[in-house]
Design a binder for this molecule. Structure first.
Ligand SMILES: C[S@@+](CC[C@H](N)C(=O)[O-])C[C@H]1O[C@@H](n2cnc3c(N)ncnc32)[C@H](O)[C@@H]1O
Length: 208
């Protein structure tokens, strides 16, 4: 959501066209209502990967969290700073992870993570990326990720193997992979045109 002329003008130059107009905050409220309790936020260090218009970070901050974000779009980084969030320098979090020194209580990501694009030499690249990400999450930390996992034509043949490897990794790390119903997809704002819509959750309320 964009709240004033300054924010609207700032985001008019956003890299992703869908970030240039006001986003709908309702699906974020649904996510928080359905999966989270006050304990997930109060005094907790929470990061959003690719926060866009920073709607989730705003809610987390209002609920008492210390909020962090990383986005490759300098407009988003500036918006996050304006709203009082700790923003890493604009960068691709899949290529360079800016939070090596941080341990988070929670990691959130809606629609900004594509582990297929981390693959350069082979499937192990995707697992290496996830391993680096998970190493910044405290052992009891929560996770809510709706990946935007889209593979290229060249990756089509290995895609089932990648999905399988990623699911094995997630299971090993206590993450539940839920395939949302059509209604849930709209409710949580994850109606993506990708081969497989999933929501990864850990140490949160169960998927209804
Ligand atoms: C589709 S938008 C989603 C924004 C927000 N999470 C939401 O659900 O409304 C993707 C956001 O992530 C950022 N982004 C996508 N891939 C990224 C990457 N690999 N590294 C850093 N930022 C990325 C984009 O600039 C944009 O702000």
């Amino acid at each position: 959501m964009l709240y004033n002329k300054q924010e609207i003008s700032l985001m008019a130059d956003a890299i992703q066209p869908n970030m240039r107009n006001k986003t709908n905050i309702l699906p974020f409220q649904h996510i928080v209502q359905d999966f989270f309790t006050a304990d997930h936020f109060q005094g907790k260090h929470v990061v959003d990967l690719g926060p866009g218009q920073c709607d989730f970070l705003d809610i987390a901050k209002r609920c008492g969290a210390i909020t962090y974000g990383v986005d490759f779009d300098p407009c988003v980084t500036q918006l996050g700073k304006l709203r009082g969030h700790n923003m890493a320098d604009a960068q691709n979090f899949q290529e360079s992870w800016p939070y090596e020194q941080n341990m988070f209580d929670g990691i959130f990501c809606r629609g900004s993570l594509n582990y297929f694009t981390t693959i350069k030499d082979g499937p192990q690249d995707a697992i290496a990326f996830l391993t680096r990400l998970f190493s910044s999450l405290k052992p009891g930390g929560w996770l809510w990720i709706a990946p935007w996992a889209k593979y290229s034509e060249e990756q089509e043949a290995i895609a089932p193997e990648i999905f399988n490897l990623v699911h094995i990794f997630l299971k090993k790390h206590g993450v539940t992979v839920a395939v949302p119903s059509r209604g849930a997809v709209a409710h949580y704002g994850v109606s993506y045109l990708i081969p497989r819509i999933e929501i990864w959750i850990r140490h949160l309320r169960n998927f209804a």
